[in-house]
Design a protein around this ligand. Structure first.
Ligand code: V47
Length: 410
């Protein structure tokens, strides 16, 4: 057992950093020692360090280091938000093997909401205190770009105070093709319509070997990064994700993280990073085993350690389960995401978690993990509520059933 106390430099740093902590750093994996020195000294980690962290079996030491960085940035604060996911359509031409959400237009369960349905869902969200709408959907073969601009314009008009986090880099790439516009002009058009920022989905694993298997017809990793760069250049901030736990290697995960870190050095446009574990049920990759808690925790921790220029790491409770997301708050995460209300992407892929949680429950989870809850908006500004939000049951479906009522002009 190597204790950090055996090295005076590391020992002092640990003492200074942990004077109020319960546990001192204990390393049972000697390979972590130089990495621990770098982390405690505030030095950037290399790709090789990332791989060593992934390969280490000393999960508690990796978690300790990630928690150290997390507390250096955020102390005990853990953020959450009151949001509502809206997926305008699940009809999608991409047929990604990783996905259980997308459908052919005539497949059972295919739906496309009429504009009014989207707006009604949003107004219900406002009544429940939402500060953010998270809008993502399939790559529909027949819906024109104008439909999506109308969705956004209508939301902005009806709910001007709510932040619109809408359309992944993949959707932006698709809109640019169907509208025959360049990426920059497509982004300018959605910004003009009212989009405030972009979610982080569609990044998967950037490496082409992996993409060829899990999402071969989709925007390439290089294009995803280029669209994110352009979004940031015109002042639209975005999140970033990594889908792990399928066919990728640890090297490919680390490469993905380093590519995000390099882009963040250039643009500073990423707000938060969200590691997403692959859920195989109902996908073409259903033979892949379910994610494990061990992998979830080490991925949160390695992300926190490698992404030294990202402010926020989310433990997305829907993906991780609320119980593990709570533990992740001691492994590098500083955000649980939001109330969500309606989640289809993970639930179509067999997620057993609820689709909705309340503000009270998020606060309870955070407090029970020994952290201090802070409600935030999408850009992590604290939300001060002058009117209390009632924890109403979401009742999203009352009056709504997925429909195909939208009529498209020929
Ligand atoms: O892009 C799809 C992933 C993402 C599956 O930006 C799957 O704040 C697991 O991006 N198993 C959508 N994952 C979710 C997402 C997200 C979630 C929460 C917050 C934010 C944010 C973004 O889910 C997709 C894809 O990477 N996904 N299918 C599946 N079977």
């Amino acid at each position: 057992m190597i204790s950090a106390q055996t090295n005076s430099a590391t020992g002092e740093a640990v003492q200074a950093a942990t004077h109020e902590r319960i546990h001192k750093l204990k390393l049972s994996d000697a390979k972590l020692k130089p990495i621990a020195d770098k982390v405690l000294g505030g030095e950037r980690l290399s790709a090789a360090d990332g791989i060593a962290l992934y390969r280490s079996r000393d999960l508690l030491a990796v978690g300790w280091l990630a928690n150290h960085v997390r507390e250096r940035r955020h102390g005990d604060v853990c953020y959450y938000n009151v949001n509502r996911h809206i997926n305008p359509t699940n009809v999608c031409v991409a047929h990604c093997r990783l996905c259980a959400f997308g459908r052919d237009p005539d497949a059972p369960g295919a739906y496309t909401y009429a504009l009014e349905e989207i707006w009604q869902r949003a107004e219900q969200g406002v009544r429940a205190g939402a500060t953010e709408f998270h809008l993502v959907g399939g790559l529909h073969p027949d819906l024109p770009f104008e439909y999506f601009l109308d969705v956004i314009r209508g939301l902005k008009q009806r709910c001007p105070g709510v932040h619109l986090k809408a359309f992944t880099m993949v959707e932006v790439g698709y809109f640019s093709r169907i509208a025959k516009l360049g990426i920059r002009d497509t982004l300018l058009a959605i910004r003009e319509a009212g989009v405030d920022s972009l979610p982080g989905g569609g990044a998967e694993i950037f490496n082409p070997r992996v993409r060829k298997v899990i999402c071969d017809h989709k925007t390439s990793g290089r294009q995803w990064l280029e669209i994110a760069r352009t979004a940031h250049e015109i002042g639209l901030r975005s999140n970033a994700t990594m889908l792990y736990g399928h066919i990728e290697t640890e090297e490919e995960r680390v490469e993905h993280l380093i590519l995000l870190r390099e882009l963040q050095d250039e643009t500073h446009g990423f707000v938060a990073f969200i590691p997403l574990a692959f859920h195989p049920a109902n996908t073409a990759l259903a033979h892949i085993p379910d994610p494990t808690g061990y992998d979830d925790l080490r991925t949160i921790a390695v992300s926190r350690l490698l992404l030294d220029n990202f402010d926020h790491i989310k433990a997305y409770w829907v993906m991780m389960t609320p119980r593990l997301a709570q533990i992740a708050l001691r492994f590098g995460a500083n955000d649980l995401d939001g109330t969500i209300v309606e989640e289809k992407i993970y639930h179509d892929a067999g997620a057993k978690t609820a689709e909705y949680t309340s503000r009270t429950e998020l606060e309870r989870l955070i407090r029970a993990a020994g952290r201090t809850p802070v409600e935030r908006d999408t850009l992590y500004r604290p939300v001060i509520r002058t009117v209390p939000v009632l924890d109403l049951p979401p009742a999203p479906a009352s009056g709504f059933v997925p429909t195909t009522t939208l009529t498209l002009e020929a």
